[in-house]
Design a protein around this ligand. Structure first.
Ligand code: SF4
Ligand code: SF4
Length: 282
């Protein structure tokens, strides 16, 4: 079972839920935990795995061979990222905008587009006890983490249980993270902003036909709008985690709250209600 933990924005508790869910599940069997939040991966602050190996993630960046280019402009017209322009003096690729999609090379009638390799980030893995941990890192300034996420996910595609920490928001990177998922666990908080951002990410998961449930973190029983909305859309609330000062303090120290008995129950319940515990035959 592949369960992805998502949130419409950062700071609502996505990593809190993903790492503690992994920690609790690892008592029952082997878990792969992937941190696909490639611009700011922080799962390993909590899981504390030694890194066993790291691999670069490269993309192919185009450049125009001036001896073949007729400056017809087709490549520029078809690049949806504005990353290639044709000037009187020649055809120029703006590497910081290029996603390495290959469209310009495909479209060029003169076969004037050549490619060179560029490293945009890396993936790392470490294994200890029952947790195989993996994370992707996108280099600062790179426009897209999709290729990093794809390579990270392809490393252990057939593992029984994969818990994934997705990037925040509703971007292409989130869609890439969700591909192939069996369950989307969306984390939100009891505020109007939380509700607004949750709707955006929920829309993606539901359009991709992925079974979805919600965790309301820092739950405030006086704010009913989130529950009313979810009830009207027939979306299950998996857990309501109240604001507890000790949880915030433990999180800020990089500690797994599920190591304490009273908080472990929260994540056991999430594991049960999402069906992931059952997949471990427990
Ligand atoms: S499509 Fe090819 S020939 Fe046309 S401008 Fe681009 S690189 Fe040059
Ligand atoms: S590889 Fe894609 S993004 Fe990069 S310049 Fe070509 S068409 Fe644009």
């Amino acid at each position: 079972m592949k369960l992805v933990v998502l949130s419409g924005k950062g700071g609502v508790g996505k990593t809190l839920v993903s790492v503690n869910l992994t920690n609790v599940l690892s008592e029952f069997g082997k878990i792969v935990h992937l941190d696909c939040d490639v611009e700011e991966p922080n799962s390993n602050i909590f899981l504390k795995r030694e890194i066993d190996f790291t691999e670069n993630v490269d993309i192919q960046i185009p450049y125009a061979d001036s001896s073949k280019c007729t400056k017809c402009g087709l490549c520029s017209e078809n690049c949806q990222f504005g990353a290639i322009s044709v000037f009187k003096t020649g055809t120029v690729v703006f590497e910081s905008l290029c996603h390495g999609c290959g469209v310009c090379s495909y479209i060029c009638p003169e076969k004037a587009i050549k490619e060179k390799s560029k490293t945009i980030g890396n993936i790392s893995f470490g294994e200890k006890d029952n947790i195989i941990f993996g994370e992707g890192v996108l280099k600062i300034g790179e426009p897209s983490g999709v290729k990093v996420i794809r390579k990270l996910k392809n490393k252990y595609p057939d593992s029984d249980i994969i818990i994934t920490d997705a990037p925040p928001g509703a971007s292409c990177s989130v869609v890439e993270t969700l591909k192939g998922a069996d369950y989307a666990l969306v984390i939100t908080e009891s505020t109007p902003f939380g509700l607004h951002d949750m709707k955006a990410v929920l829309e993606i998961a539901l359009k991709m036909n992925i079974k979805t449930g919600i965790v309301i973190n820092r739950y405030d029983e006086n704010y009913k709008e989130t529950e009313n909305y979810l009830r009207s859309e027939n979306i299950e609330i998996i857990s309501k985690i109240p604001f507890i000062k000790e949880i915030a303090e433990m999180y800020s120290r990089g500690e797994l709250i599920s190591n304490k008995k009273e908080y472990r129950e929260i994540f056991l319940e999430i594991a049960e209600k999402t069906g992931v515990l059952k997949c471990l035959n427990k």
